[in-house]
Structures are given as structure tokens and as C-alpha cells.
Design a protein around this ligand. Structure first.
Ligand code: PEP
Ligand code: MN
Length: 350
């Protein structure tokens, strides 16, 4: 259920409605909007008859028929814009958010080399896995906390925000300490206890679509995170399994407008895992931005032939710079823009 407050409802009125909801053992999620505040109720099985309609400041009580509530545009009409304190970088605003970096942090030298080049090309976010979900238990599993420390140094040096994956409770605790955005990978999209834990974290969560997840399953996974009180969720399309074998996965770009129609959450596209092929990353990045994605997450490596994971889909730094130019040229056509490189790098290159 959803309580829509009147436009002029006071803070006390909103608080009184929340207290009433919580007094019967349910959870109230107050979501302020540009026009009015909406209060989502979770924990209930159907209609809640506690006289909410009669309370001061309440405009309407809506029975939400969709299984997802907090992710829905019914709760919040305007787009969610994720902000990062102390910076002017956003995800979901007018500016496209571009996250770039290697699949995995392999060494300090490798990470710094790539970070410098993607920062110069204009990436505001640096990605790199410290905990890697690999198909083989014998493959490189990531550097763990040492990898997180390298990324924290990269943030200091280049001013980029850090995005990295948490695979389980333990790694989430570590990632939360070092990173600016917690990535939940495709393989964990339906790991409900991990989603709930991410919902109690105080950092935005980048939630990747499961390999065979429907739109509804994807939104329900985001609902898990939000139901615990973390409303800073960024969705990410990274390709799904199909019969097609000319690419690693089939990048489902049609989910971008479908998400935007149903949800206020931002959605990024990952053309690297989405295709698995270096030559496909640039054309699908252009397409993703043209279709309305709020940004991209791209794997970049200076020596992909020797990369410890996902070399074949990693683009070279100069290809990333070209991608930024081309995507930046498309952005204004659809009312978006590309952020200038972060000040720390712009200054260093002068
Ligand atoms: C990754 O971003 O490196 C990754 C493992 O992605 P996904 O979970 O989409 O496979
Ligand atoms: Mn990867």
C-alpha cells in the first residue's frame, strides 16, 4: 500500500502516519518527492485497515497492485538521482555516468596505469574487482582487501569514485569501508540475504541483472535492497543468456525504456559483459546511450592479452577515449551531457 500525502503536509503529519504504520508492526518508507511525500508500506499482506485515510495531511491511500512498490514510479514520480557528497558527480541526472576500469585489480601498477588513462578520458568512476566470482575455482579470485586499498589510493590520486563488487557478507563489509558504490553481481541478483545486507549498507548499490532474470525479477531484487531502507539503487543491464552464440550474452537494451517506464531508479548498461567482445563494446555503448541509459560500465585494460580475467572484452585505453568522444557526441541529441574529467586529472594534465 501507498499513502500519498498532501502537497502541503507537514513533517509532523508525515511522522504521525509513519508511527501509526509502525505501531502495527509494519514498515513505513517515507519517500519525499518534488511535489509531495509518499509513504510506502511493506510487511503487509494486503490492505491495512488502520484508519490512515482519516489522518491529517493524507491525500490518498492507494493499493499498489504491482509486486514491487518502492522501486515503482507510483511511489516516486521523478527520477532518482544518486549524489556523492563532496562531489558534483551524479548517477541518474542529466549527466551520463561512466564507470571504467579493469575487470579485476591485478596489481597496483596495473590499476594505476588504467586509472590514469580512463580518468583523463573523462570517467568519473573507476571500477575493479577485488573479489571475483569466477566460473572456475582455480581461476584468479581477486586480490581481496589489498585490491580495495589500491582503489582507495586511486580515489585519492585521481578523484574518481570507486565501484567494486561484494560477493558475500564478509566482502560486503570490506567493500562498504573502501568503496563509493557497492556492486552486486549478476550471479548474486537473487541472493536475497546479500540483497538485504546491501539494503542496510550506507552506500549506493549497483545491482546487475541476473543472467536469466525477467524485468519483474530484476525489479524485485532492487525492492529487496530498498525494503531494508537503502533507496540508493542503480540498476545495470549486463546481457542475458540466449541461444545466440556470436556474443557472450545478449545485451537486452529494450529493458532500459521498460525500466524507465516502471521505475524511478537509474539504469546503466554494461556492454563489456553484455557482449564479451572488444569490437562490440563501442557500437553497443553508442546504442545504450541512444536508448536512454543513464550511463555505462566498461572494462578497460592496457594489456588485455595478459589480463587475469575478461581480457577478450576489455577495450584499450585509446578505444575508451574514442568511446567517450562518440558517446559524448550522442548525449546532447537526447538531452544528456557528458561530465568533464574530474578536476584532479584535468589539473594534472595541464
Ligand atoms: C564484473 O562486473 O566484473 C562482473 C563479474 O559482472 P557480472 O556480475 O555482470 O557478470
Ligand atoms: Mn568482468
Amino acid at each position: 500500500m501507498l499513502i500519498v500525502m498532501q502537497a502541503h503536509a507537514s513533517e509532523e503529519q508525515v511522522r504521525a502516519v509513519c508511527e501509526k504504520i509502525e505501531s502495527v508492526g509494519l514498515k513505513a518508507h517515507s519517500i519525499p518527492g518534488a511535489q509531495r511525500t509518499a509513504i510506502g508500506i511493506t510487511g503487509n499482506q494486503g490492505i491495512v485497515e488502520i484508519g490512515l485515510e482519516e489522518m491529517a495531511g493524507v491525500q490518498e491511500v492507494i493499493c499498489v497492485s504491482k509486486p514491487y512498490k518502492l522501486v515503482s514510479r507510483d511511489v516516486k514520480e521523478e527520477n532518482t538521482v544518486i549524489t556523492f557528497p563532496g562531489t558534483d558527480t551524479t548517477i541518474g541526472g542529466k549527466e551520463l555516468a561512466v564507470i571504467a576500469g579493469p575487470c579485476a585489480i591485478e596489481s597496483r601498477e596495473q590499476a594505476f596505469k588504467i586509472a590514469e588513462q580512463v580518468a583523463k578520458a573523462g570517467a568519473r568512476f573507476f571500477r575493479g574487482g577485488a573479489y571475483k566470482p569466477r566460473t572456475s575455482p582455480y581461476a584468479f579470485q581477486g586480490m581481496g582487501e589489498a585490491g580495495l586499498q589500491i582503489m582507495a589510493e586511486i580515489r585519492e590520486r585521481f578523484g574518481m569514485l570507486i565501484v567494486t563488487e561484494a560477493m558475500d557478507y564478509e566482502s560486503l563489509e570490506q567493500v562498504e569501508k573502501y568503496a563509493d558504490v557497492i556492486q552486486i553481481g549478476a550471479r548474486n541478483m537473487q541472493n536475497y540475504s546479500l540483497l538485504k545486507r546491501a539494503g542496510r549498507a550506507r552506500r549506493p548499490v549497483l545491482l546487475k541483472r541476473g543472467m536469466s532474470a525477467t524485468l519483474e525479477e530484476f525489479l524485485m531484487a532492487a525492492e529487496y535492497v530498498m525494503s531494508e531502507g537503502n533507496y540508493q539503487v542503480i540498476l545495470c543491464e549486463r546481457g542475458v543468456r540466449t541461444f545466440a552464440d556470436h556474443t557472450r550474452n545478449t545485451l537486452d537494451l529494450s529493458i532500459v525504456p521498460a525500466v524507465h517506464r516502471l521505475s524511478h531508479l537509474p539504469i546503466l548498461v554494461d556492454p563489456s559483459h553484455g557482449t564479451g567482445k572488444r569490437t562490440k563494446v563501442l557500437p553497443l555503448s553508442r546504442a545504450a546511450v541512444a536508448v536512454g541509459a543513464d550511463g555505462l560500465i566498461v572494462e578497460v585494460h592496457h594489456d588485455p592479452d595478459r589480463a587475469l580475467s575478461d581480457g577478450p572484452q576489455s577495450i584499450y585505453p585509446d578505444q575508451f577515449a574514442e568511446l567517450m568522444r562518440e558517446v559524448g557526441a550522442i548525449a546532447p541529441i537526447i538531452g544528456r551531457s557528458m561530465a568533464a574529467p574530474v578536476a584532479a586529472v584535468a589539473g594534472a594534465s595541464r
